[in-house]
Design a protein around this ligand. Structure first.
Ligand SMILES: *Cc1c(COP(=O)(O)O)cnc(C)c1O
Length: 222
């Protein structure tokens, strides 16, 4: 069995109504996505452009595709026309090219700023100071085809749940600061929490959780 429908139903039953489950389907076959789709699910997340584009081309058109992985600017054109929400905008280069490709596709793209909240250097993202700088109206005017709708973060890879919770709490306070700058009507998405820590993310106010292995089983690859 490639997808655990029971785990899916259990998770949906405990999720607050205002929260969105992004089912992370990376490395999963189309059939696994179709099973979850048949159960009524529409939000799916992928972390590699090639895989995102080839799945979107053949799967139902009402799926909302979330780009959650590290973005190479030369691949943005492949998902700009259809992506629902880009979670992983982690540097200004990406903003620049996303703006160009959104204009080219004649649409507005909703994006999240990825914030570096983990202790590892390897995790991508803007610093909290950079995020607040980007949430200034004069800066946003440079990106007329992009709409910053929230923040995304990944906690440290650790067994220390107190540390994970502190990192989510930090992101949540930055989210509230961004709301103060741009308004609660615009900043509505706080994307944090994965299979191992989504409960902590929800407790800290996260409203988009990105869950893969809990639904689809362990992956062979990251
Ligand atoms: C793979 C991935 C997830 C899901 O991880 P699981 O531990 O399988 O739930 C969430 N977010 C990002 C950015 C990912 O790359």
């Amino acid at each position: 069995m490639s997808v655990n429908i029971e785990a899916y139903r259990d998770l949906m039953a405990t999720l607050p109504v205002e929260a969105t489950l992004v089912a992370v389907s990376k490395f999963q076959p189309n059939e696994a996505i179709e099973s979850l789709y048949a159960a009524g699910h529409r939000d799916f997340g992928e972390n590699r452009v090639q895989e995102l584009a080839s799945k979107a081309a053949v799967l139902p058109k009402d799926i909302r595709w979330h780009m959650i992985g590290r973005i190479q600017t030369n691949k943005i054109r492949e998902f700009a026309p259809f992506v629902h929400l880009v979670h992983s905008v982690d540097r200004t280069d990406v903003l620049t090219v996303l703006q160009k490709e959104a204009a080219r596709a004649d649409r507005t793209i909703d994006i999240l700023l990825q914030v570096h909240i983990a202790q590892e250097e390897t995790k991508a993202g803007f610093s909290p100071e950079e995020v607040l700088g980007l949430c200034a109206v004069n800066v946003l005017n440079e990106y007329p085809n992009l709409r910053i709708v929230g923040l995304m973060g990944m906690a440290s890879f650790t067994e220390d749940r107190d540390q994970i919770r502190r990192e989510f709490s930090l992101l949540a306070s930055l989210y509230r600061a961004a709301q103060e700058q741009l308004g609660v009507g615009q900043i509505t998405v706080l994307s944090m929490g994965m299979s191992g820590d989504y409960d902590l993310a929800l407790a800290e106010g996260g409203n988009h959780i990105r869950v893969g292995s809990l639904l689809f089983g362990a992956r062979i690859s990251q």
